[in-house]
Write a protein that binds this ligand. Structure first.
Ligand SMILES: Nc1ncnc2c1ncn2[C@@H]1O[C@H](COP(=O)(O)OP(=O)(O)O)[C@@H](O)[C@H]1O
Ligand SMILES: [Mg+2]
Length: 239
């Protein structure tokens, strides 16, 4: 179970996240939705301890999440990755294993097998020698999904994995999510788009600095919640 208690983040003067508390059962796929600037990325980064917080305790299966980061895989928003960085597909995926292998040691056979299997699963095995900067958006996303898979984590945090990817990639990602779920893994996925992909999630969290709603799609998508989060009615969003 994920337990988030009173998580608040302030950038300079103003709060980007205020008093967010929720629990999520393991073995589920939860989607985080909310308008641009709602603090979705901030929440995930704060949960992982990547940015300073004003307050908050985050636990996974009873342990402080920041103490068990080796069991947590994070796929950041694609827009925030430096794609000019000279590195190959294979090296990106093997980064998931350096914690276990140590930076200067030869990777184990198991690490190599896990990385190869992960690339196979996302359909990127043939491009393992490619520079990441030479890939399409969808291919880049799949490489980062493969890195998360190679980590053999229990908790997965994805920031807008479906944004700017092709249909094939969307299907691959969805398949990977279902497989992880069937293995009992826990997934928290930021989803910018309010369309079809929302049906992928067992639970939705609606965020706009504060947590506005948590529940099934029907429970979350009420006129008053949408008004509170987006400042407009459902009709305007073309639902
Ligand atoms: N490093 C930062 N410094 C200052 N303000 C930031 C920083 N990162 C995000 N913000 C601001 O915090 C708010 C929430 O941002 P973010 O978490 O990226 O929202 P979302 O992911 O929901 O679009 C926005 O107003 C954004 O401009
Ligand atoms: Mg974001």
């Amino acid at each position: 179970m994920i337990e988030v208690e009173n998580l608040s983040v302030r950038y300079r003067g103003s709060y980007a996240l205020q008093g967010v508390s929720f629990n999520l059962d393991s073995g589920q796929i939860a989607g985080v939705i909310g308008p641009n600037g709602a603090g979705k990325s901030t929440m995930v980064k704060a949960m992982l301890g990547l940015i300073p917080v004003v307050s908050g305790v985050v636990k996974f299966n009873g342990q402080l999440l920041q103490r068990i980061l080796s069991k947590t895989a994070y796929v950041p928003q694609r827009a925030n990755i430096d794609w000019d960085y000279p590195t190959t597909v294979w090296d990106v995926v093997m980064m998931a294993r350096t914690v276990k292998t140590g930076l200067f040691r030869q990777p184990s056979r198991m690490s190599i097998e896990l990385a190869a299997a992960a690339l196979e699963k996302v359909g990127m095995a043939e491009l393992k020698g490619r520079q990441i900067g030479e890939l399409s958006g969808g291919q880049q996303q799949r490489v980062f999904i493969a890195r998360a898979l190679a980590k053999q984590a229990d908790l997965f945090l994805f920031d807008e994995p479906f944004t700017g990817v092709d249909k094939k990639t969307e299907n691959v990602i969805f398949q990977v999510f279902q497989e992880l779920k069937s293995e009992g893994k826990t997934l928290l996925v930021i989803n910018h788009d309010l369309g079809e992909t929302l049906n992928y999630y067992d639970k939705l969290l609606l965020l706009n600095k504060e947590l506005i709603a948590l529940g099934s799609k029907n429970e979350v998508f009420t006129p008053s919640n949408i008004q509170q989060a987006y400042g407009m009615s459902l009709g305007f969003m073309g639902k």
